[in-house]
Design a binder for this molecule. Structure first.
Ligand SMILES: NC(=O)c1ccc[n+]([C@@H]2O[C@H](COP(=O)([O-])OP(=O)(O)OC[C@H]3O[C@@H](n4cnc5c(N)ncnc54)[C@H](OP(=O)(O)O)[C@@H]3O)[C@@H](O)[C@H]2O)c1
Length: 297
């Protein structure tokens, strides 16, 4: 049986992968930036400063090892705030870690994004040339290229927006709607949501089978945050007119690299792993689990 190393074990995705592997009884270690990890499954590691050999020493032997790299500075805004540091972490150090473990026989699984494309058309395919327009996407492209140069035993998983109900803005919106409070949602910002649980399932399948190559995971269509909020209100039986449209373009904190289309072609993922893109209503159902319809007068 394979054993796993989750680099970035306390992140949104990495933590869910870690606990799911633990639940299945798989041998797994995860990295944290905390100096004093809470148990033997946790290893202290900072991509900015820790030598990779310290991690290697704690993980060896390397037979049947899957290294899932989900650590890094995620998102356009965070990368733009410090392009040099984020590139150092997301590209230079990430590739150093990947090369170290790959050279010792491990399988490398790298988390990438639909932002490697410019969003000029729906359903980019795995064979399409990358064409990132933002800093975050360019860093993902550079890391992907370095990883592909390693040859086999490398998988790259490009994903659109991962969601979970205990995440903002969904958690806050559900609470507001429960309390019959108004909320604002952007009508000019789109997402292509996928439940994070599906991402974890796909990552496990790729790692368990050792499937090399590029894989896509995306929602079935783009939807605005305003439409999502309206659908959520409808789903839980709240008043839909509590949801007011706002324009992201009017807000000062707006950042660049908003794509018109975020969907990815998932033919390969469906054929090999039997995972299809979730519909918007399936995602809404997932976000609203446990929220019964409200008793409106
Ligand atoms: N979430 C999505 O919708 C989505 C979609 C497509 C692709 N992805 C990709 O999937 C990966 C995981 O995303 P996520 O949403 O889970 O991101 P996240 O919640 O921001 O997690 C990132 C992880 O990286 C760690 N990290 C940051 N800087 C580090 C450093 N210098 N050294 C070591 N660890 C460091 C963080 O540690 P701390 O916990 O200590 O901060 C955190 O555990 C990212 O590569 C992201 O680009 C995510």
């Amino acid at each position: 049986m394979r054993k796993w190393l989750a680099i970035g074990g306390e992140g949104f995705l990495g933590s869910r992968l870690f606990y799911e592997l633990m639940r299945r009884g798989i041998e797994v270690q995860a990295t944290t930036r905390r100096r004093a990890p809470r148990s033997v499954n946790w290893l202290s590691f900072d991509l900015q400063s820790s030598p990779v050999s310290t991690l290697g020493g704690a993980v060896c032997p390397f037979e049947n090892l899957v290294v899932c790299i989900s650590a890094g500075i995620a998102g356009e805004a965070a990368c733009l705030r410090n392009p040099d540091l984020s590139r150092y972490i997301n590209v230079i150090r990430t590739l150093e870690v990947a090369r170290y473990f790959h050279a010792r026989g491990a399988f490398i699984l790298f988390m990438s994004s639909n932002m490697v494309f410019d969003g000029s058309k729906p359903f980019f395919e795995i064979t399409d040339n990358t064409c990132a327009t933002g800093e975050y996407g360019r860093q993902k492209v550079e890391a992907e290229r370095g990883l592909m140069d390693l040859g086999d035993r490398v998988a790259i998983l490009r994903m659109s927006k991962l969601v979970h109900r205990m995440q903002e803005p969904w958690e806050a919106w559900l609470s507001k709607l429960d309390r019959t409070e108004r909320l604002e949602a952007f009508s000019d910002l789109w997402l292509t949501p996928v439940p994070v649980d599906i991402a974890v399932r796909l990552i496990e399948m790729i790692g368990d089978r050792g499937s090399s190559g590029i894989f896509h995971l995306s929602g079935s269509s783009d939807v605005s945050y305003f439409e999502m909020a309206t659908l959520i209100a409808r789903k839980i039986g709240a008043y839909e007119d509590l949801v007011t449209p706002a324009r992201r373009a009017d807000k000062s904190e707006a950042v660049s690299a908003v794509l018109s289309y975020n969907t990815l072609d998932m033919t390969n993922t469906m054929t090999i792993f039997g995972i299809r893109p979730p519909t918007i209503m399936e995602v809404v159902d997932y976000l609203c689990v446990g929220r019964g319809a409200m008793n409106r007068p």
